[in-house]
Design a protein around this ligand. Sequence first.
Ligand code: PDD
Length: 289
Amino acid sequence: MIYLNGKFMPIEEAYIPVLDRGFIFGDGVYEVIPVYSRKPFRLTNHLNRLQHSLDGIRLRNPLSNEEWQNLLEQVIAKNEGEDQYLYLHITRGVAKRDHAFPANVPPTVFIMSNPLLPPPAELLVSGAAAITSSDNRWIRCDVKAISLLPNVLLRQLAVDVHALETILIRDGFLTEGAASNIFVVKDNVLLAPPKSHLMLPGITYDVVLELAAANRIPHEIREISEAEIRTADEILLTSSTKEIMPITSLDNKPVGNGKPGAMFTQLHALYQQYKATDMRGHPSGTASR
Ligand code: PDD
């Protein structure tokens, strides 16, 4: 069951007019929220990022955080599975095709839920392959825009060579993955690129950095050069749907010794522990409580 503009319905019955600005211009924003044991993970953080994206495209938030929470809980209840991921999508509505914003047009609001499957166990044991490419996206990557054509093309470069992700480099420095954030480990220090308009501020990225701080794992938030990526001891990938994964090959060369490393093993365990605590209903907030 999905939610579309005030109604719940089976996805097969959900249609939008062809003049929806999401369809015509990619004029909208979205969120992906993991749900564990039927409880949205880090909901406030996701709703805050949604507000940042809406502000970034000058679209008024149609709902309050309480209304979003209520709606999302209904979608979760109407779908099967303890673990799900919510996809939430808002466009500037339906109007005659014109680049300028339409006046007084209600936004289109769509929410669906899909089963959330953990990353395949064998990929956690052997690690995944990634390739690099230059980051040719726009320079508001902090906005979670539905216009994802560059990300789609960049991800497909990885799929074409049976790799999991494309790691993006802009002006000689790491930004993120086509649909993930990327960390590098060198000499037992976890390195994270600083948040800026050139990357999506990942919710999982925040959790990982909070876990590192709370557990005294040496970490630095700073620009990471292409050379540092290529000589990394470990590379880690994070996203709401993939959690935390080890990248053990980059452009067909092994990363470090070519196996998931100690930093991955420690952070993955901490992440699973943190998720379990969160699911037991402790207030979701910071990982350092
Ligand atoms: N993508 N960077 C980009 C470009 C992303 O698309 C994503 C997530 C992330 C990770 O953010 P988070 O940890 O908040 O999921 C970083 C989602 C999962 C998607 O588009 O399906």
